[in-house]
Design a protein around this ligand. Sequence first.
Ligand code: SF4
Length: 56
Amino acid sequence: MAYVITEECIACGSCISECPVEAISEGDIYVIDPDLCTDCGSCADVCPSEAIHPDK
Ligand code: SF4
């Protein structure tokens, strides 16, 4: 499993520095590499748009 960033992302950049495994990439909306994500949840905690959720 991995966390995913939804269309609610405003590309603020808050999550990038929180990820301990550098799984998050910048873009129009940010993207989490599911092969790197360890499901720690750090990024979801800091997202002001609540755009980051665990994938199903
Ligand atoms: Fe990185 Fe943790 Fe977010 Fe996965 S859940 S992208 S490991 S900060």
